[in-house]
Design a protein around this ligand. Sequence first.
Ligand code: PLP
Length: 301
Amino acid sequence: MPQNQAKTHAGTAFIEGRYLPIAEAAIPIEDWGFLHSDATYDVVHLWNGHFFRLEEHLTRFQESMKGLRLNCPYSREQIGDILKECVQRSGLKDAYVEMICTRGQPAPGSRDLRTCRNRFYAFAVPFIWLANEEQRSRGLHLSISETERISPKAVNPVIKNYHWLDFVRGLFDAYDRGAETAVLVDGSGNVIEGPGFNIFAVHGNRLTTPASGMLEGITRRTVLELAAESGLEISETALPTDRLRQADEAFISSTAGGIMPIGTVDTRPVGQQVPGRITQNLMNAYWALHDDPNFATPAYD
Ligand code: PLP
């Protein structure tokens, strides 16, 4: 591959009003988004040249900014155009497209948040899978962490955030136990969410997923809609660790890969086969939606 092509395909970023190759993208070191995780973000994926559920991602991003009292220097329409431009310049057809709004930095000599000029960044890079091909076919090895997800009383989990040190701790514990990823628990010991994903358990014809205390994933929403259409019973309720361990099937959901099966929980196999029948049906329906114009927005003219 010619060198310039390789560069183009590595992705494109939008920083301070300029588009540039992802490898050259850098943020000011004094931005409180970096120094204090004072930021929100959203990720939409691009599949076959189309954004999936772009409007829902933009809405969630706007609500997150409002919740953190961030004023984005760009309108919703401009943000959509910037994402499209990042994609077009990258030339990617399947991509992970992120938009970020940070607090920026306060006026010189001040620590007053109200003096900050909030900043907007965006980038498009090749599609990211939370589980690789092998993991998707045999199911992820999941560990139930003893680490609690940061309390919703401290950080509102509905606002997509970079408060990930609990996840980082959970992940390292999971690696030490031979697992590939971790799901964290809430203050009552129920499984809640993992690094970049929501969680589902299937018992017979019933699908269970936590109701609150986690990010309300757009993929989670899609799963719930598809499940309702296919006549599954749905419980949005607390998911105790033992209930997950006894599931017939279990899976995670994320923009970074859609619906991905769990093969083992704390080294014990989940159900009889992976992916289970219900998981597989949901996966098929999920990917079929990517051809539906009600869900797919073209990124290329
Ligand atoms: N939970 C957390 C903490 C996440 O960071 C994410 C996505 O990044 C999700 C859940 C899944 O959300 P979505 O389906 O919108 O990607």
